[in-house]
Design a binder for this molecule. Structure first.
Ligand code: UGA
Length: 474
């Protein structure tokens, strides 16, 4: 039997919503909804611009397949009816951003629940709709989401519609790959509903090329909600842990944190993933989720010092290059510092909570002139500092341009092209060849031999340390 195309609604066309549209749209009918009319126009015209690898091409295929209707509404409030009326599976992928006090804002989630509820009352037909909430939300939120839908639709969850909470674990920059190859699919809700969704995904993955579903984990709402937070906070804790180890290693001549990370990673209980020392984590998720969970625990009278500390260690890590630069130059006034990389990680144009931006701000506040290069970050990322420090921050079209005439270089993002920089690029282009390799992308041995003053996260301060590429046990 062939695959039976489903009618899938997606509410919230951020990178998660777009990735769902691109991947699920290859074999299903997709109905998109967002409060931003521009993204809908782009989807409708097949002109979505998106830094996610493969995603633009996938969305173009979905757009070009006439039989796969990408049915759009111009605003969230104008025509959501067609989504709720036509889609049998409605995925909710709206953002839950941080408030000033670190708590999360659930405004979009509540607005979607109200919208779905209001439209659901008009839905007819024999198919029972499934609403799959994917936004990151704290325990108890899905239950309230259900209550709001029931209130406005005057229908009952479990009879007239089902709500399943299914957290998303995909990474920015790898959204398509992760969606096609999830390690796990967590489904929270009524036993009948989660089993139905398991069958939905099994069918989809079985019939999709280069895709495997991973392990299914069926549970209730609160556990599924908590799993997402625990997952992200644990990953963040690994990064802060290895960064503290790196800083200790930096004081031990001959030490190299990668050596330690590789060896402890051989212990299956630890695993080598997320033990890359550097300038710490950024992005829209880890800090937000740590603070949201810590606040949540605090409110319940539980000690959350550990969670707060992961965040503190991460913020301190961003100051590392400043300490080194201050040791080299007593005063940054009159000095030019090249910053390579602005995004919070490579293969994305996202600069949210990026360590690089904080480093740029610190350098400018100390009086330095900053030359910047990043292949994908939008210009608006620097808009506030350009206004605050006129003439002191200059964006350049390549790493080499940024290095030209600089007194010190800081590598903030591990864009692949930075690993191809040669000793001569630092020796010949810079005023003085000092580099802080915040992501350990360069070969210190070669650079040091050529006369570059190299500093890297987690290398002991003897400087003459060979880079460890292989396991010390080989
Ligand atoms: C993270 C999680 O990895 C995803 O599973 C989750 O779905 C997502 O948050 C989310 O909640 O939406 P993401 O923020 O896209 O994904 O990026 P990661 O690849 O996890 O990297 C986060 C940050 O940690 C980056 O700044 C990266 O440079 C840093 N990092 C990562 C390290 O410093 N060291 C490492 O070993 C790994």
């Amino acid at each position: 039997m062939g695959y039976d195309s489903k009618r899938i609604g997606i509410i919230g066309m951020g990178y998660v919503g777009l990735a769902l549209a691109g991947v699920y749209g290859q074999s299903n009918y997709i109905y998109c909804l967002d409060i931003n009319p521009h993204i809908l126009t782009d989807i409708q015209n097949g002109t979505v611009k998106c830094a996610e690898p493969e995603l633009e091409e996938l969305l173009k295929i979905v757009h070009d397949k006439k039989k796969h209707i990408v049915q759009l509404s111009q605003t969230m409030s104008a025509k959501p009816r067609e989504v709720v009326e036509r889609a049998d599976y409605i995925f909710v992928t709206v953002g839950t951003p941080s408030l000033e006090n670190g708590e999360i804002s659930l405004g979009h989630v509540w607005a979607v629940a109200e919208t779905i509820g209001k439209e659901l009352q008009y839905r007819t037909g024999w198919k029972t709709p499934y609403i799959i909430l994917k936004s990151t939300v704290l325990p108890g939120t899905t239950r309230k989401f259900v209550n709001i839908i029931e209130k406005y639709s005057k229908k009952k969850e479990g009879e007239d519609f089902f709500v399943v909470y299914s957290p998303e674990f995909l990474r920015e920059g790898r959204a398509v790959f992760d969606l096609k190859n999830p390690n796990k699919i967590v489904l929270g809700g009524r036993p009948y509903a989660v089993k139905h969704m398991q069958a939905f995904f099994e069918d989809f993955y079985k019939n999709t090329k280069d895709a495997t579903s991973g392990t299914f984990f069926l549970t209730n709402y609160v556990n599924a909600e908590m799993i997402k937070y625990a997952n992200n906070c644990f990953l963040a804790s690994k990064i802060s842990f290895i960064n503290q180890i790196a800083n200790i290693c930096a004081k031990i001549p001959g030490a190299d944190v990668n050596n330690i990370a590789m060896a402890i990673g051989l212990d299956h209980r630890i695993s080598p993933q997320f033990l890359r020392a550097g300038l710490g984590f950024g992005g829209s998720c880890f800090t937000k989720d740590l603070e949201a969970l810590a606040n949540y625990g605090d409110k319940m009278g539980v000690s959350t010092d550990f969670l707060w500390e992961i965040d503190t260690v991460n913020l301190e890590q961003r100051e590392l290059p400043l300490h080194i630069i201050n040791n080299v130059f007593s005063d940054l006034k009159g000095k030019t510092i090249a910053v390579l990389g602005l995004t919070f990680k490579p293969n994305t144009d996202d600069v949210r909570d990026s360590p690089a931006l904080q480093i740029v701000r610190l350098l400018l506040s100390y009086g330095a002139t900053v030359t910047v290069y990043d292949p994908k970050a939008p210009d608006k990322a620097l808009a506030d500092v350009v206004v605050k420090y006129p003439g002191k921050i200059i964006r350049l079209p390549s790493a080499k341009y940024a290095l030209k005439g600089a007194d010190f270089a800081v590598i903030c993002t591990e864009w692949e092209e930075f690993s191809r920089l040669e000793a001569d690029d630092f020796m010949l282009l810079m005023e003085s060849p000092y580099v802080f390799d915040g992501r350990r992308v360069l070969d210190p041995e070669k650079l040091i031999k050529a006369g570059v003053h190299y500093y890297g996260v987690g290398y002991g301060n003897s400087n003459a340390i060979p880079r460890t590429e292989t396991s010390p046990f080989n």
